[in-house]
Design a binder for this molecule. Structure first.
Ligand code: GTP
Length: 420
C-alpha cells in the first residue's frame, strides 16, 4: 500500500503569485481548467493501491478548501485529508510532525510532491523503478534535464548512469554541478522519518547551544533528507524529460496552462474544445468550462482556459490567457498573454495585453525562468498582464504589461505599471 503527501505551503508562500494568491491559496489557482493540485491528485488516484492523499500545509481550512477536497474525493473516489501545520515548519518539518498519521496502515512508501510544479507525473513508472532499484530502504527522486546555465536555480544531482544512484546532490549550487535537476516529486521509503528525527535533534541542539527561536524549527526536505540520503547511497534517480515546469509567478501559470492543455491533447482529448457549427472559432489547445457562454463570432486560442460562468461577447479575441470565474469580456475586446481575475469585466473594444514568457527556444532543456518583477534599473520587467479580482476596465481602454490589484476601476490606458 502507498500514500501521497502534497506540500501545499501556506499564506506566507506564493508571494511571487500576488495578486492572484491574495484571496485564494495559490495551490487552488486553476491551470488547464482545474486547481493546480488537482493535477497531482488525478495522477495519485491513478496509482494502484494508493490508499490516501494528504494535503500538508498551514493554510486555514476555509470553505473553498473543504469544497475542493470533497469534490476531489467524489470525482476520484480516493481518501483525501488536509493536515494543518500550526506554523511554517519547512518542506520536511510537517512530514515529521504528522509522521503517525502518514505512516498509519504501514505504507510501503510515500509519494511527496511540491504543489507548485506542472508535471505529467509519471508516478506508475516511478513506482516500478522504485521497486526495481530502490527497494525497501532506498528512495526515488524524479529528475529532468535543465539547460546548463539555468541549473543553479534548482537542486542539482550527479547520477551514476549504470546504477541510477544519486552520488552527489546540491540545492541551488553556486556553480554548475550537473544538468539533472530535482523536479520536487519523490517516492520515499519509510526510513526517511528516522532521518527527519536526526535532523530535528541536530537543529534543536544547535538552537540550545548557539541560541535561536525554539518555536521556529524549519526542516528542509532538500537539505536535511535528500542530501543525507545521497551521502548514504540510498537515493535513486528516475529520469524523465517529459513535461515539467515550476509555477512560481503568474507568467509561469500561463505557461503551465499551455503545457497542461498540450498534455490533454495527448491524454484527455475530450477536455479540449473544438470549432463546432454555431460556436466560436477555436485555434489550437483551448479549454472552455461548460458553464461559460462564448459568442459564435469570438476567436479563441491557442493556449486559452476559460473558467466557470464566464461571458464572452461578440467579436472578442483571446490568445494565451487564463480567464477566471465570472469574468465578462464585452464586445470586440481583446485579451492576449494575460490573466483576467475573478468577477472582472473588460469593456467594449478594450485591449488587455502582456508579453508572453517562454523558455529560451535556443537552449536545449531550457525551463521557464520566473525572474524578478523588476529589472536592474527598478523598472517593471515586461511580462504577462494580470488583472486581480473585481477589476473593471472601461470601454476602449488599453492595458499593456501591467499588474492591477483587486477592485480597481480603470478608465484610462496604462502601460508597464503596477496599479495598487
Ligand atoms: P523558492 O525558489 O524559494 O520558491 O524555493 P523552492 O522552489 O525550493 O520552493 P519551496 O521549498 O519554498 O517550496 C516547495 C514546495 O513546498 C511548495 O509547493 C511549497 O508550497 C511547499 N512548502 C514550502 N514550505 C512549506 C512548509 O513549511 N510546509 C509545507 N507543508 N509546505 C511547504
Amino acid at each position: 500500500m502507498w500514500k501521497a503527501v502534497i506540500l501545499i505551503g501556506g499564506p506566507d508562500k506564493g508571494t511571487r503569485f500576488r495578486p492572484l494568491s491574495l484571496n485564494q491559496p495559490k495551490p487552488l489557482f486553476p491551470v488547464g481548467g482545474m486547481p493546480m493540485i488537482q493535477h497531482h491528485i488525478e495522477a495519485c488516484a491513478a496509482v494502484e493501491d494508493l490508499s490516501e492523499i494528504i494535503l500538508l500545509g498551514f493554510y486555514d481550512e476555509e470553505e473553498y478548501m473543504k469544497v475542493f477536497i470533497n469534490t476531489c474525493r467524489k470525482k476520484y473516489n480516493v481518501k483525501i485529508r488536509f493536515l494543518k501545520e500550526y506554523s511554517r515548519m519547512g518542506t520536511g518539518g510537517g512530514l515529521y510532525h504528522f509522521r503517525d498519521q502518514i505512516m498509519a496502515g504501514n505504507p510501503s512508501g510515500i509519494f511527496v510532491m511540491n504543489s507548485d510544479v506542472c508535471c505529467d507525473f509519471p508516478l506508475k513508472e516511478m513506482l516500478e523503478f522504485h521497486q526495481s532499484k530502490a527497494s525497501s530502504v532506498g528512495s526515488t527522486i524524479l529528475t529532468t534535464h535543465v539547460a546548463k546555465n539555468e541549473s543553479i536555480s534548482y537542486g542539482c544531482m550527479v547520477v551514476d548512469q549504470a546504477t541510477k544512484q544519486v552520488t552527489h546532490y546540491v540545492e541551488k549550487p553556486e556553480s554548475y554541478v550537473s544538468n539533472n535537476m530535482n523536479c520536487g516529486v519523490y517516492l520515499f521509503s519509510p526510513n526517511i522519518f528516522s532521518m527527519l528525527a536526526d535532523a530535528i535533534a541536530q537543529k534543536q541542539d544547535e538552537i540550545y547551544t548557539q541560541g535561536g527561536d525554539p518555536d521556529c524549527l524549519i526542516i528542509s526536505l532538500e537539505q536535511d533528507v535528500i542530501m543525507k540520503l545521497t551521502e548514504k547511497g540510498k537515493l535513486f534517480a528516475y529520469q524523465s524529460d517529459s513535461t515539467w515546469s515550476q509555477i512560481k509567478s503568474a507568467a509561469s501559470a500561463v505557461y503551465a496552462n499551455k503545457l497542461y492543455l498540450s498534455l490533454y491533447r495527448e491524454k484527455h482529448l475530450h477536455r479540449l474544445s473544438k470549432t463546432e457549427e454555431g460556436g466560436p472559432t477555436i485555434i489550437g489547445d483551448v479549454y472552455i468550462h461548460p458553464s461559460a457562454k462564448v459568442d459564435h463570432s469570438a476567436v479563441i486560442g491557442p493556449n486559452v482556459t476559460i473558467c466557470e460562468d464566464v461571458r464572452v461577447e461578440s467579436g472578442v479575441r483571446i490568445r494565451n490567457a487564463i480567464i477566471l470565474n465570472e469574468v465578462k469580456l464585452c464586445h470586440h475586446s481583446c485579451v492576449l498573454n494575460s490573466i483576467i481575475g475573478w468577477h472582472s469585466s473588460v469593456g467594449n473594444w478594450a485591449r488587455i495585453e502582456g508579453t508572453a514568457q517562454q523558455p529560451n527556444p535556443n537552449a536545449q532543456f531550457a525551463k521557464l525562468v520566473s525572474g524578478s518583477l523588476f529589472d536592474n534599473s527598478g523598472k517593471l520587467s515586461p511580462s504577462i498582464t494580470v488583472l486581480g479580482e473585481n477589476v473593471t476596465v472601461e470601454s476602449e481602454v488599453i492595458i499593456l504589461n501591467a499588474i492591477v490589484l483587486p477592485g480597481k476601476d480603470l478608465a484610462h490606458s496604462v502601460k508597464n505599471q503596477i496599479l495598487l
